[in-house]
Design a protein around this ligand. Sequence first.
Ligand SMILES: Cc1cc2nc3c(=O)[nH]c(=O)nc-3n(C[C@H](O)[C@H](O)[C@H](O)COP(=O)(O)OP(=O)(O)OC[C@H]3O[C@@H](n4cnc5c(N)ncnc54)[C@H](O)[C@@H]3O)c2cc1C
Ligand code: SF4
Length: 435
Amino acid sequence: MRTRKRLRGRRISLGALCRWLGAQAEALGVEVFPGFAGAGPLLEDRQVIGVRVGDMGRERDGEPGPNFAPGVDIHAGITILAEGCRGSLSKQLIAEFALDEGREPQTYGLGFKELWQLPPGRVKPGQVEHTVGWPLPSSVYGGSFVYHLDDDRVYIGFVAGLDYAHPDFKPFEAFQQFKHHPTMRALLDGGEILSSGARAIVEGGLQSLPRLEMPGAILVGDAAGTLNVPKIKGVHMALRSGMLAADHYAAHGKSTGFDAAWHASASARELRRVRNIRPGFRWGLWPGIANAALETVTFGKLPWTLSHHEDWRAMLRRDQTGEVPEDFHDRTLAPRDRLASVYFAQTAHDESQPVHLKVHDTSICVERCTAEYGNPCTRFCPAGVYEMVDDAEGRRLQINAANCVHCKACDIKDPYAIITWTVPEGGSGPNYSLL
Ligand SMILES: Cc1cc2nc3c(=O)[nH]c(=O)nc-3n(C[C@H](O)[C@H](O)[C@H](O)COP(=O)(O)OP(=O)(O)OC[C@H]3O[C@@H](n4cnc5c(N)ncnc54)[C@H](O)[C@@H]3O)c2cc1C
Ligand code: SF4
């Protein structure tokens, strides 16, 4: 199913907007520290008092190397966590303060986005196209977007719900197959890919929002889960919640009351209206569309709220699933495979640093996961980070951490929930300057 509309005004790169906003903030006297990641929250007497920045210069085995510099502690009157979807500090603090108690589990999608330069004459600046479904099976929520830009460029993107059940499903290959639909292929053939990226999208909506405040800290934007999923629009919600957090702190000097302030805001009303659309797709594509239509015409006023389930629990074992989903093939458009896509994400990690993907018990990968799920991390990771290797030492998990594009899918979807994404050394990661 496909929709098309024309928008006035220019569509811009979010990366470019952030660089511009950074300059505005610095002009107002804000100190911005790009290249320094918050590695852990600082707590004192059950109060967040700031963050600890990650160490620099540790060797692969975790020992300090010759250029070692320990991470500094940054103390703050209030810490506003704006880490985006599945933030690693936010995850720790949600657990520490049980902020998700009594809420529905959070659910996610995996989003892909590419920037293409096309031959002259094909692009219609301002045109926006959305599709749902193909080539996804009816049981998998998702679809695509195509944004026509100026200068003969388009953004092409795709999202697949991470609550999918079949362990053999491959989100990256589904996206690449989508690009080979006759309509898309006609658009892209002869063009050139300039940039690519992958990132989890927070899809649980209103019922999955954790409490947005804790002693000394506030959650905003995708770190909280404020994205409007039927529209795949999170930027305005993130901006609004950031501004509300700033206003709240300026007025009250503490985090207390922020959750209530957000729930009294236009953003909460926006999420309330659409709260049942995403969970309705658990019944399949067409029932999901029918439910979405009902929810839209009733402005979300129906007296129920549908629930979610945790994505990692949604995966079925191979002996519980039927036919293996279509193995997407016959692709000619770039990138040909995941590693080629990593090249266009311009990801860079110093290989001598400790592996930032912590697999808490790799014996599970070998002894249970191979038999039960066939190691789905080798399929859902869009960057080919996880590989099962059989050699003289036996079967083992190899983690190619340098390829990681920081999408967080493994932290979310691993069926034993034994993978934790942690921040690599500051500045490492993909460079999404054009996306
Ligand atoms: C494929 C795709 C397409 C999308 N399309 C749209 C769209 O068309 N319109 C729209 O409105 N929204 C869209 N969204 C959603 C939108 O990108 C997000 O809702 C929005 O960016 C959320 O903003 P944020 O500031 O909360 O988080 P983010 O934009 O994710 O920013 C978080 C930042 O914090 C940094 N960070 C994370 N952890 C740490 C740490 N520990 N220390 C230091 N820094 C850290 C990250 O590197 C990142 O720069 C899309 C999302 C995806 C994945
Ligand atoms: S290792 Fe995890 S976070 Fe990194 S690209 Fe793969 S799935 Fe995404």
